[in-house]
Design a binder for this molecule. Structure first.
Ligand SMILES: *Cc1c(COP(=O)(O)O)cnc(C)c1O
Length: 387
């Protein structure tokens, strides 16, 4: 009996051929495939600009730098996320804080944000950057969050690493209608895979120019950005402290090929979610909530185990599913409870909604290549263990 993973990339013969073509070409590092990949994602999401980088984490880092985040400034994010959503602020020496989640969907709560902003305003500790995370692929309430951020002059960077292909109020996630920038990851478990890879989307030409410089050492050849006249065709100016965060053409070619399949990927994920919705109804599980104005990309299908006498604990269910060949995962250990963040002064109990969510959640397998037979195995195991 093979083990069913919780997530897996889907690589076709065409995807492989696209990478092989780059290997036979003149360019291996950042070249024409990167520009094609950026254009494909920007067109799909409806943003003006896109900057491809070597990972979603690198994308978050340069987005924070482009937003002007630095020592003494503040970044707020959700505790129900991968550590990268907060670490990007620490890379800039900023102070991190969290806004607790709405237990209904696991997303940063707009009403808790409003209350926390009011308190911060009276104390003079308003954040400079806010990173809402679209947990499981289901967009945060960005109209409410964006309006609060604008009122207080806060830069909004959407951590949309789960949500490529999702939509909010009839616009694709990544359109940046209620934010300054949106960040995607192309890690193999995400909507599309480039092995490692990430992207920042924005509608601001100014932010775009900063991002382009930051991904490649802070170096530019663009006359309008150079400080003083060029000394010749070889000349470049380093105008900021940037990084080598470039994506290679090998990765980008895979990204372009995957983008041509994205609608099939999303349709399959949504179909799997619908089948879980039906097959798990009646079990002591809370299924993923969806707002009517939001279309999830279904990066995850997280279920929460109802507490009841005689029923298995989350740990028992996790272990029993693994023993049955279903490699479920848990998303997420609240970031503020990690040892590194505890050393910065956070404690268990600081964000009770995220901690309670973590205490009962399990991510079921969902990915385009999950067969109906394998999904039925997951469902049967859950019925057996929870009946
Ligand atoms: C995957 C992920 C990241 C980091 O992306 P990488 O490409 O692995 O660096 C950041 N935030 C969230 C919410 C993610 O799921």
């Amino acid at each position: 009996m093979t083990t069913i993973p919780y997530a897996r990339q889907s690589i076709s013969a065409e995807d492989i051929e696209a990478v092989v073509q780059v290997l036979r070409s003149d360019w291996l590092t950042q070249g024409p495939a990167v520009a094609r990949f950026e254009a494909a994602v920007a067109a799909y999401c409806g943003s003006r600009f896109a900057v491809a980088v070597s990972s979603g984490t690198a994308a978050l880092h340069i987005a924070c730098l482009a937003a002007g985040l630095s020592a003494g400034k503040r970044l707020w994010t959700s505790p129900n996320t991968f550590v990268a959503s907060a670490n990007c602020g620490r890379y800039c020496d900023a102070t991190i804080d969290f806004v607790d989640i709405d237990p209904a969907d696991g997303n940063l709560s707009a009403s808790l944000l409003e209350a926390k902003l009011a308190k911060a305003q009276s104390e003079g500790t308003l954040p400079d950057v806010l990173v809402p995370v679209h947990y499981a692929g289901h967009s945060c309430d960005m109209a409410a969050i964006g309006a609060l951020a604008r009122r207080h002059g806060i830069v909004v960077i959407e951590d949309a690493c789960h949500a490529l292909g999702g939509a909010y109020r009839n616009r694709a996630v990544g359109a940046c209608e209620h934010s300054d920038m949106a960040v995607f990851s192309f890690h193999p478990v995400k909507t599309i895979a480039t092995a490692e890879g990430g992207m920042v989307l924005t509608n601001s030409e100014e932010l775009y120019k900063r991002l382009m410089v930051l991904r490649t050492h802070g170096v530019t050849r663009e006359p309008s950005l150079m400080e003083g006249p060029s000394e010749g065709g070889w000349d470049y100016h380093q105008i900021a402290l940037g990084f080598n965060y470039r994506l290679s053409d090998l990765h980008a070619a895979l990204g372009v090929a995957q983008m041509s399949r994205i609608d099939d990927f999303l349709e399959r994920r949504r179909e799997i979610a619908r089948r879980y919705d039906e097959a798990l109804r009646g079990l002591p599980l809370e299924l993923p909530a969806r707002r009517a104005d939001t279309q999830s990309a279904f990066h995850l299908y997280p279920v929460r185990i109802a507490k009841r006498k005689g029923g298995p604990s989350r740990r028992e269910l996790f272990d029993a599913l693994h023993a049955a060949g279903v490699a479920v995962q848990v998303h997420y250990i609240p970031v503020h409870t990690q040892p590194y963040y505890r050393r910065l002064g956070f404690h268990p109990g600081d964000f009770p909604n995220a901690e309670a969510f973590y205490g009962s959640v399990i991510s079921l397998p969902i990915f385009p290549g999950l067969t109906t037979a394998d999904q039925d195995r997951v469902v049967a195991a859950l019925h057996r263990l929870l009946a």
